[in-house]
Design a binder for this molecule. Structure first.
Ligand code: ATP
Length: 134
């Protein structure tokens, strides 16, 4: 079975560089499934999970948006943040979710709703990836 090298990079450094047989992710245009030999492509990603499948192994990564670059033998993901389930601080994600929900419920006019909405999405995404629900 042929494989793709998957490389995930953030401003803090590389998160993963490993071979897999399939990459599934959520681009802004919709769900993508990438196999070796895929045509070259660049796509913006949503706040979502990257699902990786290899021979006898699988992994998942929570990303807060970013870009996917596909080449026939390589997938590169550039993201502002990217965490494997084992790197997710579940209490921090729960607190971030509660904080964002409180801000969104607040009726004060000076709340930055878009910012709170994005923070809520990041927190829910981390909780989903940690709990394996996506
Ligand atoms: P918080 O409000 O808790 O900081 P956030 O969504 O605003 O959450 P980001 O700006 O997306 O945080 O990320 C900042 C840095 O902190 C990134 O390096 C990211 O990987 C890390 N990070 C954020 N939340 C978590 C978490 N729950 N577990 C592990 N790392 C996290």
């Amino acid at each position: 079975m042929s494989t793709l090298t998957v490389s995930v990079v953030t401003p803090d450094g590389p998160v993963l560089e490993e071979a897999f047989e399939m990459v599934s992710c959520k681009a802004e245009s919709g769900e993508l499934g990438i196999l070796p030999g895929h045509i070259p492509m660049v796509a913006p990603l949503t706040i979502s999970s990257i699902r990786l499948k290899g021979e006898g192994k699988s992994d998942r990564i929570a990303v807060s948006g970013g870009f996917l670059e596909v080449r026939p033998d390589k997938v590169t993901i550039l993201a502002q943040s990217a965490e494997k389930p084992t790197d997710i601080d579940i209490d921090r994600a729960r607190m971030a979710k509660e904080r964002a929900e409180r801000r969104l419920q607040d009726k004060q006019a000076d709340i930055d709703f878009k910012r709170a909405e994005l923070a809520l999405k990041r927190a829910i995404n981390r909780l989903d990836v940690y709990e394996n629900n996506f």
